[in-house]
Every structure is written in C-alpha cells, then in structure tokens.
Design a protein around this ligand. Structure first.
Ligand SMILES: *Cc1c(COP(=O)(O)O)cnc(C)c1O
Length: 395
C-alpha cells in the first residue's frame, strides 16, 4: 500500500521534532527566566508604561545586535513601517512598490500614509521582492517628468520601494539597490520577520533609509506586541523618536508639542520582555538553524516536496520553516493532515492583490506570487523544538 504524500509530510515533521500528545504550535515564544526578573523590576518600581529604563536598553541592545546606528522602539511593527515610509519621504497619493506576497501589514502601513501599494512579483527561490520583476515593472510604467518618477498609467508619483524579507530569508538587496538607484527611489525594508538574518554579512534592515522590525507574539523575539525602526541616519532617528512620542519638547513640567504626531511608543514592561529575549537571541538562532537541519534530514528523501533553504549569499534566521509542494493540489490535504496530527501549520498569506481592498491596486505580473501562495506550507518552527531542554527553561 502506498502512503499519501500528506501523510508522509506528517511523518517527516514527527521524525524531526519527536513525538508529543499536545498541539505543536507553529511558533511559540521562548521566555527566559530573566523575563520574569525584568518584568518584576517594572512592577516593583512602578515603571510599567511610557517611561523607564528598559526601552532605552532595548533600543541600545537592538542597535548593537543588528549593527545599525540607531533603533527606536515602537508599539508594533506596522506603526514602525508607517514611520519608516514617512522618513523616506513617502507622501499621500504616492505609489510605493512592494510585494503582494506579504503579511497585510506591509500594504496597510503604506495605505495608512495615504499612499498606494503597487504590487510587484517575488523571487520564487527567496520569496522576497524580485529585482527582475521590479525592473520589468518600472521599465513598463515609470516615466520621469520634471525630475519626478511617475506611473504613466495612474499619473501618481512613485516614491519608494519596500521589499520584505519573507520568512526571514533576505531579498537580493544588491540587485534591488541597483534598480532603485537607477530610478532614484529610496528603499524602506519591511524587516519584520528577519531579526537575526544577514545578507552579505550585513544585518537585514541596513540596506535602506529606514527599516522596521516586528516583535509581535509569533516573531523570533516578542515583546507581547512591539516593533522598532532601524536607521543609520541620526537626524532621521531623532525625528522618528520625536514623532512616535507625541512630538513633545522635553521639559520638567511643560506640555508643548511642536507638530501633529503619534503615540507609538513601546511600554517599558514590553521592552523588559524584549531585553530578556535579546540576551538569548544568539541561542535562539542556533536552535532555529538546528531545527532546520532536523527538517532537512527528515525531508531529504521525500519526493514531491522540498524544504526552503537560505540563499547562498545570506544567513537566514529560519523564522518559519517552509516546505514547497511540487503539486499545489496537495496543499489543502497537506494542511488538513498536519492539523489532524496536531501540528499547527499554515499556507502563506492570501496575496494582497486578491484581498477586497487591494484588488484594484496597480500591479505587475503575479506568477511567482500566485504559485507560492498555492504551494508552500509553514511547519512548526519554535526554537524549543530543536532542543527540548529549552522548553523546560522557558517560563
Ligand atoms: C509581523 C509583520 C509585520 C508587523 O506586524 P505587527 O503585528 O504590527 O508587529 C509587518 N510585516 C510583516 C511581513 C510581518 O510579518
């Protein structure tokens, strides 16, 4: 009797991560004991909210780890991306080129600016914005008028390119930069998923004017909810801090604000959680890589499916492991089989250009995007799955 591919996928996942009776999460947080200590510190001192030392510490540790000059903590990754776009000069009515294959936050952040997400296809190997598709699309629609690049079809200004490092795998940033230089477009990276991922030995988020990271509950480091802006530009960093904290002029008792701004600050108690996890981030990355190797061994001989691997020029954080099905008509059965086996798994996102609010947005060819959304399954990827001792350490 032949065993179906979906059943073999379940077996391979089980071989890699071992048996368990409980639901295996797609991605559960790792909370080191220090997290409790630091949060207790917030509770004891009363510094739980909008001021306190953990926010600064979190920003400094994040800058140190990524090698970026400045990091500004925010309330979530979407808010961080919105501010990054603003820092890059995106204004209301502009078009921003971004992938359709992304979490909805990328397109929403652009929309909240009053700007228009203009969708470009992805690279089938990396799943991030394709430099080839980007060039094709710009060659097709961009026209320079009075020093401004416009979409000749819509008449709107094209003001930035926003690649997203999908599942932690870096985009081909050098080729993307070449296209963007030619068209004089600033890059803003959505690095929400790629803390701990490097392209050509440089941390993701360092290939743009400003980049955003997310610390949502399912990310490699979580602050409960949270985000950060990364930039090498001091002036932009100061502006980002100012406008994410209500544009208040520092003063002992006076409330004076010098512009319309946002309350996007990260509370101290959330930052405390982040500081504790940044301390163990190198360990988390080792565990993630180990888990990927376990999957590689388990899936190695399985025909009809392959594991997504990091690009040769990159070091990926392996945030979420992904398998690629040769036959996309097995997607539904594979997800169902994994679900029945209590192995929490999911397909990639429904592409943005298929969602009701983005259906009519400008876009190029979506061949790789449509293929990927029908053929890829994310499988359980918590760091603790690689090293069971971590599970007992996590509070
Ligand atoms: C998680 C994520 C974000 C930001 O999400 P928040 O929940 O706002 O922190 C943005 N873009 C991508 C691609 C993401 O995966």
């Amino acid at each position: 009797m032949t065993v179906s591919l979906p059943k073999r996928i379940v077996d391979a996942v089980r071989t890699a991560i071992g048996p368990s009776d409980d639901l295996v999460l797609l991605h559960g947080p790792y909370l080191p004991p220090k997290a409790r200590e630091y949060i207790d510190d917030c509770l004891e001192t009363g510094w739980v909210s909008s001021a306190g030392s953990f926010v600064t510490r979190f920003e400094e540790e994040l800058a140190r780890f990524t090698g970026v000059k400045r990091a500004i903590a925010t309330v979530n990754g979407t808010a961080a991306l919105e501010i990054c776009l603003r820092l890059a000069g995106v204004a209301s009515g502009d078009e921003v080129l971004c992938p359709s294959l992304t979490f909805v936050a990328t397109a929403n952040a652009i929309s909240h600016m009053g700007a228009i997400p203009h969708f470009v296809d992805v690279c089938p190997k990396r799943l991030g914005l394709s430099p080839i598709a980007l060039r094709l699309r710009l060659d097709e629609i961009a026209v320079r008028e009075n020093g401004i690049w416009r979409n000749r079809q819509s008449g709107q200004k094209i003001s930035a390119v926003c690649p997203m490092h999908c599942l932690g795998h870096p985009c081909e940033m050098q080729a993307i930069a070449e296209v963007c230089n030619e068209y004089e477009l600033p890059v803003v990276e959505d690095a929400a998923e790629s803390l701990g991922s490097f392209y050509n030995d440089k941390h993701t988020g360092r290939f743009s004017v400003a980049a955003s990271i997310s610390f949502n509950g399912n990310k490699i480091v979580t602050t409960g909810g949270g985000g950060a802006i990364l930039t090498d530009n001091d002036e932009l960093a100061n502006l980002a801090k100012h406008i994410t904290t209500t544009a208040k002029i520092p003063h002992a008792w006076e409330f004076f604000h010098d512009q319309v701004a946002w309350n996007y600050r990260l509370p101290n108690i959330n930052a405390a959680l982040g500081v504790a996890q940044l301390e163990v981030l190198p360990k988390l990355l080792v565990a993630k890589r180990r888990l990927h190797e376990l999957y590689r061994d388990a899936f190695g001989a399985l025909k009809g499916v392959r594991l997504l691997v990091e690009p040769p020029d990159s070091v990926s954080n392996y945030w979420l492991n992904a398998i690629v099905l040769e036959e996309s008509d097995l997607l539904h059965d594979s997800l169902q089989e994994l679900s029945d086996a209590k192995l929490q798994s999911r397909p990639l996102w429904a592409p943005m250009h298929t969602l009701p609010m983005y259906r009519d947005n400008p876009r190029g060819s979506m061949t790789a995007t449509n293929w990927a959304s029908q053929s890829i399954v994310n499988i359980p990827s918590s760091a603790q799955l690689a090293f069971p001792f971590m599970e007992s350490e996590s509070i």
